[in-house]
Design a protein around this ligand. Sequence first.
Ligand code: PLP
Length: 286
Amino acid sequence: MSRIVYVNGDYLPESEAKVSVFDRGFLMADAVYEVTSVLGGKLVDFDGHTTRLRRSLSELDMPSPATDEDLLAIHRELVARNGIEDGMVYLQVTRGAPSERDFAYPDASVPPTLVLFTQAKPGLADSPLARTGMAVISIPDQRWARRDIKTVQLLYPSMGKMMAKAQGADDAWMIEDGVVTEGTSNNAYIVKGDTIVTRDLGPHILAGITRAAVLRFAAESQMKVEERPFTLDEALAADEAFITSATTFVMPVVRIDGRDLGAGRPGPVAIRLREIYIEESRRAAI
Ligand code: PLP
């Protein structure tokens, strides 16, 4: 069955869902996005994602294509029309399609482009990788300097995933000025003793919506959290490590650059936080 995709007000079969070749998202990566996971047919942390979308739009002076209420209605309609039980909704806003390619932004008469589609991921919360844990490699962080804005400039993260794959690993952690920034599409954490360490927020990383929830749950469970830069050597000497993102939730990391962390198995902190996150997300999903 063909997927139903949302494009600028219309729900269309995916083969009919199209945007202009003059769209600035296509020509200039002048676009921002969000990915919201779906558990049991409901949206996880929808408010967090729309709040971050608003911020990305505002940092780029990009017009908003819809109200939060409209966005929620579109998400729900797509989940229903595509029969999504577990999976995700991808949303992208671009600065629209002016009649000519030009570096300068178009004037206000050009409406933004809004596209949403779903991806079904049956058993999303029961990933086999969560049982074995994942392997990461380290690579230099060669992205632009405004990673706090969730733009579609994903070529370097994409290259990073390919570098990881070529080495038999699952993902790459990026290193800048001697410290870990984040994973290619996730936030990075290490655990040493009773302390969880993750990079502090700023332009150098994306403020993960999952990160915010997980740090809240960690604090509520009396776990110690330090938001500060950490080095690759610190990570290699850690007891355990993990990543967070909307689609992986909390995922244990058991190997970095071919070296096992601790016993080379998912650690207790990552396992516990994953359980809490999934349980709380199911409960609070809308
Ligand atoms: N960091 C980067 C670079 C990402 O691309 C993502 C998600 O796509 C994240 C972190 C995690 O963010 P979230 O938890 O909101 O999915």
